[in-house]
Ligand binder design. Sequence first.
Ligand code: FES
Length: 285
Amino acid sequence: MNEIKGEDQAVRRIALAFGVSTLAGLALALVYILGGNVQAEGVLLALSLGGLGYGLAEWAGKLMSQGAEVGDYEDAPPPGAEEEVAGVVSEGWEASFGRRKFLFRMLGAAAGAMGLALVFPIRSLGPSPGTSLLRTAWRKGSRMVREDGQLVKATDLAVEGVLTVFPEGQTDQADSQTLLIRVDPDQLNSPDGREDWTTEDGLIAYSKICTHAGCPVGLYRVATHDLFCPCHQSTFDVLDGAKPIAGPATRALPQLPIEVDEDGYIVAKDDFSEPVGPAWWDMNR
Ligand code: FES
C-alpha cells in the first residue's frame, strides 16, 4: 500500500516537472518571438531543461522496475489465493499502464515545447552565405581602378612599381583588393598553366589579403621581389606564384589573371585562382 502511495507521489512530481518544462519551453518561444531578452531566455531555458531532466531522472529512479523478488512457497497456497493474486496483479498492471501513458504524454508535450523553442533561433542564422566566401567582385572583363576609382592603364606602372587596385565600381569590396606589380618579364617563373595570366610587359596581380590571418600584405621588397606581411612576417615570392617562403602562411597569395584591353586598360580575365584570405575559407571545398 505504501509502495503504491509512493508511486502516486512520484507520478505527481514527474508530471509537475514535465508541466513546468512545457510551460517554460512555450514561454521561451514567446519571448523569442517578441524580440528576445537574454536574461529571461536563460531562466526559461534552465527551467525547461531542468524540468525535463528532473522528470526523467525521477521516472527512472522511482517508477522503473527494479527487478522482482523470487522465493519458494514453504506451504501450498490456500485455495483461491492464486486467483486473488492474479486480480491484484491485473489491477496494478492497468494502473501502471495508465500512469505510463499519462507520463508519456506529458513528456511529449515538454519535448515538443522545447523543440519549438529551439527552432526559432535557427532563423537568426540568416541567409546562407552561398559562394560569397569563395568569390570576390572580380569578373571576366572587370577593369582595374585605384582606391579613388581612377582607371589603371598598363602604362601607369614603371618596372618594380606596385599599386593597390580594385574592380571598377567595387572599391568598397575589401576582399577584392589586389596588388598590381610590374616586374621584369624575363625573371618571372609562372606556375604551370598560368603563363598567360600576366601581361607581356611583366604586370602581375595578387590578392592583397594575407593567407595566414587576413592582414593586408603591405610591403613589396624590390631587392628580393617578395611581398611581406607585417602582422606575422609571412613572405611571398612574387616571381614564383607568390608562394610563401617565410613566416606562418602556408598558402600562396591567390593570383588574378589579367590582360590589357584594346584601350590600354588592365582588365581581369576571371576571378582569383582560389578563395582569398586565410586558409579556413576553403576548408569546405
Ligand atoms: S596575417 Fe600575414 S603573416 Fe599573419
